[in-house]
Design a binder for this molecule. Sequence first.
Ligand SMILES: Nc1nc2c(ncn2[C@@H]2O[C@H](COP(=O)(O)OP(=O)(O)OP(=O)(O)O)[C@@H](O)[C@H]2O)c(=O)[nH]1
Ligand SMILES: [Mg+2]
Length: 299
Amino acid sequence: MSFRSGIVALVGRPNVGKSTLLNRLVGQRVSITSRRPQTTRHRITGIKTAAGYQIIYVDTPGLHTQGRKQINRYLNRAASGSLLGVDCVVVMIAASGWVDQDRVVLDAARDQQAPVILAINKIDTLGSRSQLLPLIEQSSHDMNLEFAEIIPLSARSGEHVAELEKAILPYLPEQPALYPEDQITDRSERFLAAELVREQVFRSVGDEVPYSAAVAIEGFTREPKLLRIDAVIWVEKEGQKGILIGKQGTRLKGIGTHARLALEEQFACRVYLGLWVKVRENWTDDERALRSFGFGEDG
Ligand SMILES: Nc1nc2c(ncn2[C@@H]2O[C@H](COP(=O)(O)OP(=O)(O)OP(=O)(O)O)[C@@H](O)[C@H]2O)c(=O)[nH]1
Ligand SMILES: [Mg+2]
């Protein structure tokens, strides 16, 4: 039997559920998620290997039009750059319907050659499934792009996610696996560790603080019964540092505990996590600072 293998980009506006879908497709947590838009900041692959095929999914930062800082330019570049040379593109919208930001995504998808599958996510939020019919109708006629397939699904519950995978398969070239079969991502353990800490920042603090936070791993050492990780959360202002640390350090302690539990699950061992908060002013609009935090390496 012939083997199929190829690269599939997941694109969509911020917060539509791309990273949740990636994790669901791969069956493991590879990419962090949160209720806030612009959680994902880098291109992240999740690799699914099964009998007869290997699919390399590429999660991307949400394409957006607001935000004029260097970091916004970087996020959009990483997202549109991921469309180059892929075998199939999955454009994701929400079941609540098309919004202006989705059209920006569609423009990017239209500019490339690969077939485009439309995934309509969050169908679990619909009161009635009959609401889907007009949306499918509108999507297949009014978008000035012919979708190879339209698949309503729920990344959160997993409903119909297998159908998406089935729809992708015929578009993958017949070729051997591109990655070893036990590999689930192209990202390093240090990168995943930094992301798991950042996920807790996104989940624990409000307002602008998560958008001003970057995580750098300063130490990552395996000891006989322990993985020792030292991480710095960089923010842009003293005030943000105060917010992150909280009264008598309680908030930082909470972030540390949740992150440690996530790290222990990810690496399947005991973890010691040392956490510090430091200030680097205006890093989100500073090319050099962005580079030192790993932006620009993947797009
Ligand atoms: N109800 C419901 N919520 C979902 C579904 N999929 C994702 N979500 C939620 O939507 C929010 C955003 O999910 P993410 O996966 O982080 O979205 P994203 O598209 O990766 O967002 P960015 O990285 O910011 O571009 C989270 O709170 C998810 O739990 C779904 O199928 N149903
Ligand atoms: Mg994401």
